[in-house]
Design a protein around this ligand. Structure first.
Ligand code: 13P
Length: 341
């Protein structure tokens, strides 16, 4: 393992006020989003959608790294280049989702554990040989009555740390993603409590398993009220709760934090990231950016709908969202940026 190379990759992913684009939806997840819009749920459609994304002119102005799915990293664009090469050609670092999905946790109704550790060392070697320089593993934590259980937090934190250690051994920067879900009627305060608990456990496991904090990135949820909570807190309250939680739990040695969007609207995700920068300017020990999937892709997907004649308009929408999020990272996003779309 070369710590310097890991640090350099992590720094490059956080450079230039840019952020990450998650385009690593598993086939079932991608198909679900296609089905909602009447797009054929085929390998051909998934490839065409991802080609639309990586050929959007100027994507690299706002995006430093893109996370691919296994199917995509093995596919080619029209013309024969692989997706990894196409990203490299435009100065975007290729990453790869390596978990095998969240499965029911035995003995714990309603809770999930992310699988995929078996054979991971060999898979990581293969992805590194294909040009990937970072990886992602997503753990899922549900808030509910008596949930999450201590067991659910423990097994997911353990798996995240084992994955992260294997990534660093293979020379890949691990993105450590413990996602506390938005589903539920819980309050912002409850989400803050659970997110804090989860982050403390994850950081403890990373320490136990000798993960080099300087060579990884954290991808947490924002601290939000549940989707069904009667009180939806204002943007500034979300910003304060989120940054307070992260300041308490995440050491300054971590070289970057990049949020998932988790089902927030694209505009709210930008506004909340923006408020964090506006309100905590100069007080953040780590770069704070985005690693969104839905909050960047969805408006463009709604336009594309599988129709080749919509490609350019969809690409414009994608670039617009990426630019809004880059502006948010600087505290320069204003809602008016979204009126033109
Ligand atoms: P969302 O931004 O849609 O939550 O996706 C981020 C991600 O990568 C989930 O693993």
């Amino acid at each position: 393992m070369n710590d310097e190379a890991l640090r350099a990759t992590a720094a490059a992913l956080m450079a230039g006020d840019k952020g990450l684009l998650a385009m690593d939806e598993s086939n079932p997840t991608c198909n679900k989003r296609f089905a909602a819009l009447g797009i054929p749920q085929t390998e051909v459609s998934r490839r065409a959608w991802r080609e639309l994304i990586v050929t959007a002119p100027g994507l690299a102005d706002s995006i430093s790294g893109a996370i691919l799915y296994d199917e995509t990293i093995h596919q080619q664009l029209q013309g024969g280049r692989t997706f990894g090469h196409a990203l490299g050609d435009i100065g975007i670092i290729a990453g790869i989702k390596v978990d095998a999905g969240a499965k029911a946790l035995a003995g714990h109704a309603g809770e999930l554990v992310t699988e995929g550790l078996d054979g991971l060392r060999e898979r990581l070697e293969g992805y590194a040989a294909m040009g990937a320089r970072f990886a992602k593993w997503r753990a899922v934590i549900t808030i509910g009555v008596d949930l999450p259980s201590p067991a659910c937090i423990a097994v997911n934190a353990h798996a995240l740390a084992r994955y992260a250690a294997l990534c660093q051994e293979a020379g890949l920067v691990p993105i450590v993603e413990p996602e506390v879900l938005m589903e539920g009627a819980h309050t912002l305060q409850r989400c803050a409590e659970v997110t804090g608990q989860v982050l403390h456990e994850v950081l403890a496991q990373l320490y136990v398993q000798r993960v080099v904090l300087e060579g990884m990135l954290l991808k947490p949820n924002m601290v939000l009220p549940g989707l069904d909570c009667a009180h939806q807190d204002a943007v500034d309250e979300v910003a304060d709760a989120t940054v307070t939680c992260l300041l308490r739990a995440v050491p300054a040695a971590v070289p970057g934090i990049a949020f998932l969007s988790g089902g927030q609207s694209a505009e709210l995700a930008s506004a909340r990231l923006n408020a964090m920068h506006r309100r905590f300017k100069d007080r953040l020990p780590w770069p704070l950016t985005f690693s969104f999937s839905r909050a960047i892709q969805q408006p463009a997907l709604d336009i594309w709908r599988g129709d080749a004649s919509n490609v350019q308009q969809a690409q414009r929408a994608l670039l617009h969202r990426a630019a809004c999020n880059r502006a948010a990272r600087r505290g320069d996003y204003i809602a008016a940026m979204d009126i033109a779309t």
